[in-house]
Design a binder for this molecule. Structure first.
Ligand SMILES: NC(=O)c1ccc[n+]([C@@H]2O[C@H](COP(=O)([O-])OP(=O)(O)OC[C@H]3O[C@@H](n4cnc5c(N)ncnc54)[C@H](O)[C@@H]3O)[C@@H](O)[C@H]2O)c1
Length: 430
């Protein structure tokens, strides 16, 4: 490996591999070089191959060709959920260090096998639990660890999915069906579960959960509604109208190439015509009451940890805003974080509260990082670079930590299906 440049290949140049990470990696020319791409989508392969200046001979439509040899120091696996383990195993056998998208897998045996494989091959597997790399999470963790609220007794966390995001990703989009991807508590909340175990600083002991697909189903379809919003008589009044969310929303926000509009079409720069075509042809134009979705739209998880701390997580599709809320209850104070309101409040008992703006927090690298997930998307790669060249850094989101959050999600889903029955995490670690 060159002393200063880490070479990276990317498997899957979609929303994550191409946009969220790929562009940043390519722009960080003093630290990284994208040397190879693989994606069966010809349009994306060309788009990102050109954008990241990857040689023609190193662009692969076919996974077999890509895996014929090792092509870089690091491989970023940003394909869809069901491909992760199979591709990670091939990559580890070739000797790559991995940056691996979450969820890793919803199969406990596969998770265990992958941990063993990484260990046996002596390779690093950094899982994209990007929130661990945000200034917000680092600040919370350091306040808890330095005893700012005394001994932590319990905590509450809410994942405010937001009504349109629920419809976009979990009713119409990629993660609508657990048979094709994974249960929503795994897909959306393995981040949350990962953070909860990180903050509490111990392994989860047992879990109970309840939740359901309460609303996005055919019995709630309004009388006479069409299967595609663009043709529907309710297109200008329905809260979940794809025409209102994607077309009117894009116009209202000034017509840029931004999320979620870039997800529904590959045409860039975005145009009104491309969005209308997507509304007519893509999954994103469908009525939310006539999709092939089966994942929940609300779920609550109750957890007990081995150190006695208890926690609740609420994943809620029906919220006006996004972001997460956290409350930590300790023997000497309370810590509250409202991500969307940009606010963190430490209330030590009998003392005046101390408040921070999340957007003004700075980390050990001297800033916040940019990009999605509160800067975490980019900060994870900043950290990756430092791991290679500065021994003070390590992968906070290592695979050993990440599988624990996956076990928690599996236990929560099993409990939910069994009507809230208590599930022991030891069942998954055997
Ligand atoms: N870390 C996070 O916060 C976060 C957020 C969103 C999504 N994700 C995860 O990231 C992953 C990718 O999500 P996305 O939104 O980028 O999906 P996407 O559909 O936009 O991108 C996936 C890409 O993989 C390509 N692909 C399909 N088969 C392939 C193969 N055999 N080899 C190589 N490429 C292949 C597809 O053509 C597509 O371009 C998912 O597992 C998702 O759960 C993580």
């Amino acid at each position: 490996m060159d002393k200063k440049i880490i070479t990276i290949s990317i498997l899957g140049v979609g929303a994550r591999g191409g946009e969220a990470y790929g562009r940043y990696i390519h722009e960080s020319k003093d630290r990284f070089k994208v040397v190879s791409l693989c994606d069966p989508n010809e349009v994306r392969l060309k788009k990102y191959g050109d954008a990241f200046e990857v040689e023609e001979s190193q662009r692969f439509l076919d996974e077999e060709g890509f895996f014929a040899e090792k092509r870089s120091d690091v491989l970023l696996i940003a394909t869809m959920d069901r491909l992760h383990v199979r591709q990670a195993v091939r990559a580890l056998d070739l000797g790559y260090d991995l940056v691996l998208e979450k969820p890793i897998s919803d199969d406990a045996e596969e998770l265990k096998m992958l941990v063993e494989k990484a260990k046996a091959n002596g390779r690093m597997v950094m899982v994209c639990h990007v929130l661990r790399y945000t200034t917000m999470v680092k600040k919370i963790k350091s306040l808890l660890d330095e005893g700012a609220i005394g001994r932590l007794i319990s905590m509450d966390q809410t994942e405010n999915v937001c009504y349109w995001h629920q419809a976009h990703s979990f009713v119409r989009g990629n993660w609508r069906n657990s048979v094709q991807t994974s249960p929503m508590i795994m897909q959306k909340c393995c981040h949350d579960l990962d953070l909860i175990q990180y903050f509490i600083g111990d392994r989860c002991k047992s879990v109970a959960s309840m939740g359901s697909l309460a609303y996005f189903k055919c019995e709630n379809k309004p009388e006479g509604a069409a299967d595609r919003c663009i043709n529907c008589k309710y297109k200008d009044e329905c809260k979940y109208s794809a025409k209102r969310i994607y077309l009117d929303g894009w116009k209202k926000c000034g017509g840029g190439d931004t999320f979620p509009y870039t997800i529904i079409t590959d045409v860039l720069p975005l145009t009104e015509e491309a969005l209308i075509t997507a509304l007519k042809e893509s999954v994103y134009g469908r009525c939310v009451y006539s999709c092939d979705n089966n994942v929940v739209d609300n779920q609550t998880v109750i957890m007990q940890f081995e150190n006695g701390v208890t926690a609740t997580l609420k994943m809620e599709g029906f919220t006006a805003r996004g972001g997460r809320d956290f409350r930590f209850f300790g023997t000497e104070g309370e810590l509250e974080i409202f991500e969307e309101a940009d606010k963190m409040v430490l209330s030590r008992y009998m003392e005046a509260p101390v408040e921070w703006k999340i957007s003004e927090l700075v980390d050990e690298l001297g800033g916040q990082g940019a990009g999605g997930h509160g800067g975490g998307d980019h900060r994870m790669f900043d950290t990756l670079y430092n791991i290679y060249f500065n021994e003070k850094f390590n992968a906070s989101s290592s695979i050993e930590h990440s599988v624990e959050s996956h076990y928690m999600a599996l236990a929560a889903e099993r409990s939910r299906i069994q009507g809230g029955k208590l599930v022991e995490l030891s069942d998954y670690r055997k």
